[in-house]
Design a protein around this ligand. Structure first.
Ligand code: NOJ
Length: 682
């Protein structure tokens, strides 16, 4: 089997300068990525190659496709015959409602292979590959058919047989704390079962990211190493052991592989979004990327509490203080956590205690919402349900309607709870406990996003399912946490996120989509409240995160009184936009450093964020990304000469100079340091 593939590939590279496809092959529009399919003894294989000047380099070796079903005849991976092959091409540029880049090119070549099983009761399946310049997406489609109606999937056979012991960046799947782990860097052969995005670097410096797109009414795919350099799809099961409950016609999520010569090109690949359906929300006037402050960090510091009592954070008075602050400094929303009954006692263990439609006695919900509106600010709602999803769903409609009536445009949801503990009861009255990322929860989150859209509410989902680009279809699904964010700096057992965390996120978690990291904590030490923890970065790095980590809802997470002490630095947080015309990665090394520039969607200004991890370094930045024939005032927020996260995190300099695209800027970043720049077009 493997020989067959190699022969096909070699023959086409020797026979022509510009490769031509065989019937079962498809090249990307630029001719660099090649997908080959093969049916051998009734089994279906695919292979992905990279066409380079030096010849063909395999990226994915022949790998099997198919499923194992929970039916009488479970086998949906062999006895196939090909009944049709069709090819097509697509090229359009579409406009994001908001995002890292305004206009996105969606250009691919497609191959669709129709299959039928040569069994007594033949079943039909199609595999569709879309081959892009920046990678490949493929999915399975099951048309309506005689011998497959309602069915269950017990396993997905899809393999990714790789070519060597690549360096891999990953977090393990099937863990109690869901996606909230630090990313590991190991050889491929040291991984077990991992979440996606899974990022890799090959020995010849090709960068790969494995993920999925358009996860709708299916279950999350994790990747399991089966042997040597081989990975296989491992679908998160229901409590019942079934992986997916399905009905034809069905299309699965796309399995995706982004392929790049430089790590930064993974960041500017829009393949995941391109594989999602276009926007379904007609009137998007209420979908506004924006920044927020809120009654949040003070609870994480344990300065105040979510629960009632003397130290209750969400009081009317405190909320008004934050609203005044937001109005004065131009923030659109004020998040108020702990506003509703349920936080006293054991909410962490059991979310049935929460009430989503009534406020605590010391919080005048209606009055505060109006106070905000009168000042041009809106409350941001909060629905922490501690993974009690059935209970939450029983109040959801009323809860979103209430917020809509109060002029709330964004709600943060939360599903704190053990990774396996989503509880419900089946028709027989038996208790079921589901994974946070199985089909049960994928369905729940879909209901939430559609209900929120009905009430003109944008979502910020914490402890949710990983992002698979659904924001294209539902642009009110703005941002998510689904990783370790700023809060771990307050109380994480490691004493704060390590310096490398933020230089890994752009190449791992962020490849899935926007991340509500909640940056902007400028008071880096909290000895009064949490003496064992701190922010392990310099002040300048904390500012640069606004550009490096993309989110259309970004928080200014620190306490208002702390911002009063850092007004000069705070100016950058006030200025930085959250909606971009363009994004470019100037330089990057996974886990070491990254320099990103983004152009504002609503002005001619550019912004730069450059951060480093464990090591200090020199960064030289040619400004040729700036528009030509323009002069800019660069407002530079940089590490001082001695800056260092351990010894001198506050060594910080602000400079204002005039520059053009012909200039170059040079900076020394201290350990876990950074630089943030606003290039104001003059
Ligand atoms: C965990 C969330 O990540 C955090 O932002 C929130 O404050 C708490 N849960 C309480 O809902």
């Amino acid at each position: 089997m493997k020989h067959l593939f190699i022969l096909i590939s070699v023959s086409f590279v020797l026979s022509a300068c510009m490769p031509t496809e065989t019937q079962l092959q498809r090249l990307s529009p630029d001719g660099q990525n090649l997908v080959s399919l093969e049916l051998a003894d009734g089994l279906l294989y695919y292979q992905i190659d990279r066409v380079t000047r030096d010849g063909i380099k395999p990226v994915v070796l022949p790998s099997r496709l198919g499923f194992e079903l929970g039916e009488e005849n479970p086998n949906l991976y062999s006895n196939f015959e090909i009944t049709g092959v069709s090819k097509s091409s697509f090229n359009e540029t579409w406009t994001q409602v908001w995002g890292e880049k305004k206009n996105i090119e969606n250009h691919y070549n497609e191959i669709r292979v129709s299959l039928r099983q040569t069994t007594d009761q033949p079943r039909l399946m199609q595999v569709v590959f879309r081959v892009y310049n920046d990678g490949v997406g493929f999915r399975y489609e099951f048309p309506e058919q005689e011998h497959l109606g309602d069915f269950t999937i017990m396993d997905e056979v899809t393999e990714f047989n790789l070519t060597g012991d690549h360096t891999a960046w990953w977090i393990g799947a099937y863990q109690w704390n869901r996606f909230e782990y630090y990313f590991e860097e190991t050889p491929l052969t040291q991984i077990d079962t991992v979440h996606t995005p899974l990022t890799m670097r090959t020995a010849d410096d090709l960068y790969l990211s494995f993920h999925e797109a358009a996860l709708v009414d299916f279950t999350t795919m994790t990747l399991e190493r089966t042997d040597g350099y081989s990975l296989k799809s491992n679908l998160m099961p229901w409590h019942s052991g079934v992986r997916v409950y399905a009905t034809t016609p069905l299309v699965t999520p796309w399995r995706t592989l982004q392929i790049a010569d430089k790590p930064g090109d993974l960041i500017t690949s829009y393949l995941i979004l391109n594989l999602n359906e276009p926007n379904k929300i007609e009137d998007t006037s209420w979908i506004e990327p924006s920044k927020y402050v809120g009654i949040w960090w003070e609870m994480h510091l344990d300065k105040s509490t979510w629960g009632s009592g003397d130290r209750h954070g969400a009081t009317t008075e405190n909320a008004k203080r934050y609203i005044d602050f937001a109005a004065e400094h131009g923030f659109e929303h004020v998040l108020v956590e702990g506003w509703n009954p349920g936080w006293d006692g054991s909410w962490y263990a059991d979310g049935v205690v929460f009430d989503f439609t009534r406020p605590m006695p010391d919080f005048d919900l209606e009055g505060v919402a109006q106070y905000a509106l009168d000042r041009g600010v809106r409350l941001m709602g909060h629905h922490e349900n501690s993974a009690s999803v059935v209970h939450y769903e029983s109040q959801m409609e009323e809860a979103f309607a209430l917020y809509e009536r109060l002029g709330v445009r964004a709600v943060k949801t939360g599903y704190v709870g053990h990774g396996t503990e989503i509880q419900w009861f089946n028709e027989a009255g038996e208790e079921q406990r589901e994974w946070h990322h199985g089909q049960f929860m994928v369905r729940h989150h879909q209901r939430v996003v559609e209900l929120a859209a009905k009430h003109r509410i944008n979502l910020n989902v914490h402890e949710g399912v990983k992002d698979t680009g659904l924001r294209r279809t539902w642009p009110n699904l703005m941002t998510r946490e689904v990783a370790k964010g700023q809060e771990y700096n307050a109380w994480g057992a490691a004493g704060g996120n390590p310096p490398s965390h933020t230089v890994l996120l752009p190449f791992t978690r962020n490849l899935a989509g926007p991340f509500d990291y909640t940056p902007g904590v400028l008071d880096l030490f909290f000895d009064e409240y949490r003496p064992d923890n701190r922010i392990k970065s310099t002040l300048a790095k904390e500012l640069a995160l606004y550009v490096v980590i993309y989110s259309p809802l970004h928080m200014a997470a620190d306490l208002p009184e702390n911002y009063e002490r850092f007004m000069d630095a705070f100016q950058f947080i006030k200025d930085v936009p959250v909606d971009w015309y363009d994004t470019r990665v100037l330089d990057a090394s996974v886990g070491e450093y990254v320099t990103i520039v983004r152009k504002d969607r609503n002005s001619d200004d550019w912004y730069l964020g450059s951060i480093t991890g464990d090591d200090a370094r020199q960064v030289d930045i040619p400004l040729n990304f700036l528009d030509r024939n323009r002069t800019y005032r660069a407002h530079i927020y940089r590490d001082g000469d001695q800056a260092d996260w351990v010894d001198a995190p506050y060594d910080f300099v602000i400079e204002h100079i005039e520059v053009t695209s012909r200039d170059e800027l040079n900076f020394r970043l201290g350990r876990s340091g950074g630089v943030a720049i606003r290039f104001e077009a003059l």
